[in-house]
Ligand binder design. Structure first.
Ligand SMILES: NC(=O)c1ccc[n+]([C@@H]2O[C@H](COP(=O)([O-])OP(=O)(O)OC[C@H]3O[C@@H](n4cnc5c(N)ncnc54)[C@H](O)[C@@H]3O)[C@@H](O)[C@H]2O)c1
Ligand SMILES: [Zn+2]
Length: 352
């Protein structure tokens, strides 16, 4: 097991990281322990957690982003209240990013805040959503509209959970892991080149490296005023693709897959603006195309650009990007002209 200890939060990564949970439970003597799951993590992950817990109350919600809303948060608060949770109770979030974001939000607001722990079970939650203290729910169709920053008491990351994660979800998390290399660690990016297949086993050592990168960035800039914006690489284009796909399809593209495409387009932009060398840009595109199934699209370029107009990062109405300046170092707050964005979408995604 490896540990990343900071003043605000501790992350334990590895096969015996769940033993940290047992130790915390003894040390803290919580009055009650609640475990939040969705219907998938109840089936696949709860059996692996049970040996580390004595008595607990289970709170189960339905899986999926559409349930990351105020009604589900209310249901969690209700369950806590009905079962007499008090200020010294604990909520354990056992699941992907939806469970971590929403369970953390419910715990941080219940009785002005009870302790909570993240046990991420999707790759995306392991390397991204469980780290950094962003908690929240979607509201009126806008993602993460209501929320707050608060770190969990403990984050225990055990790759054993990935064995039951559907491959398409594994790849969604893999995009964020790749992103961490591209924005902050050239060495990891080069090591990733040697990976033939992405499997729970083959990526284990990169999970720790990826978490370390995110922790380092979050510690420098907890509330995303500066360097944390680097983590938005691929996300200006990626979010627009994700939103367009949600509007168009009843089986929309997953977040990480949209970000993978976003990274191709935003690498091209980084190259056009002379930050990134053409050979590195080609290497990134080839790598992403090798590992991700890229579907054909019929998105309208103007619709995508309009969607980018809603991005939280924009300032004074200008579409803003977090690009890369060489592999492993970010280039923040870059405004791009609409014509250049159009050109990027035509060139990289063959959109019309
Ligand atoms: N807080 C942050 O900093 C941050 C960062 C990135 C993403 N997020 C949020 O994270 C969410 C996406 O996270 P996600 O991709 O983990 O989504 P998710 O929580 O919906 O999980 C994806 C799917 O995998 C299932 N699942 C999870 N673990 C499993 C396992 N071990 N075995 C079988 N099935 C399993 C879930 O039930 C779900 O169906 C979004 O809501 C996003 O906004 C937050
Ligand atoms: Zn993301």
């Amino acid at each position: 097991m490896k540990e990343i200890l900071t003043k605000q939060f501790n992350v334990f990564v590895g096969a015996d990281s769940l033993t940290q949970l047992s130790e915390l439970l003894i040390e803290k003597s919580y009055t009650k322990v609640f475990v939040l799951v969705d219907n998938h993590t109840k089936k696949h992950c709860l059996p692996l957690l049970k040996p580390f817990l004595a008595q607990f109350y289970l709170i189960e919600i339905k899986a999926g982003e559409i349930h990351k809303n105020i009604q589900t948060a209310q249901f969690i608060w209700q369950q806590l209240q009905d079962n007499n949770a008090d200020r010294t109770s604990l909520l354990i979030n056992l699941g992907g990013g939806v469970i971590c974001d929403m369970g953390g939000f419910a715990a941080a607001t219940f009785k002005r805040g009870i302790d909570f722990i993240h046990i991420p079970t999707s790759l995306l939650a392991m390397v991204d959503a469980s780290i950094g203290g962003k908690l929240g729910i979607d509201f009126n169709g806008i993602k993460n509209e209501i929320g707050l920053f608060k770190h969990p008491h403990l984050i225990a990351v055990d790759a054993v959970f990935l064995k039951t994660l559907p491959n398409v979800e594994l790849m969604s998390g893999f995009a964020e892991l790749v992103k961490h290399g591209l924005v902050a660690n050239k060495k990891m990016w080069h090591e990733l080149q040697t990976l033939e297949n992405v499997t729970p086993e083959s990526i284990q050592k990169y999970i720790y490296q990826s978490i370390k990168i995110k922790v380092k960035i979050v510690r420098k800039d907890p509330t995303e005023k500066g360097i944390r914006k680097a983590l938005n690489f691929g996300h200006t284009i990626g979010h627009a693709i994700e939103s367009a796909s949600i509007l168009k399809s009843n089986k929309p593209i997953l977040h990480g897959h949209a970000i993978a495409l976003g990274m191709i387009v935003e690498s091209w932009l980084s190259c056009q603006l002379n930050y990134l060398a053409p050979k590195d840009c080609i290497q990134i595109e080839n790598y992403i195309r090798k590992h991700f199934d890229i579907p054909g699209f019929d998105f309208d370029i103007n619709d995508l650009i309009q969607l980018m107009g809603h991005d939280k990062k924009n300032e004074n109405g200008k579409i803003q990007f977090s690009l890369i300046h060489k592999i492993g170092s970010p280039k923040l707050k870059i405004n791009c002209e609409q014509e250049l964005i159009q050109q990027a979408l035509i060139t990289c995604l063959q959109l019309k």
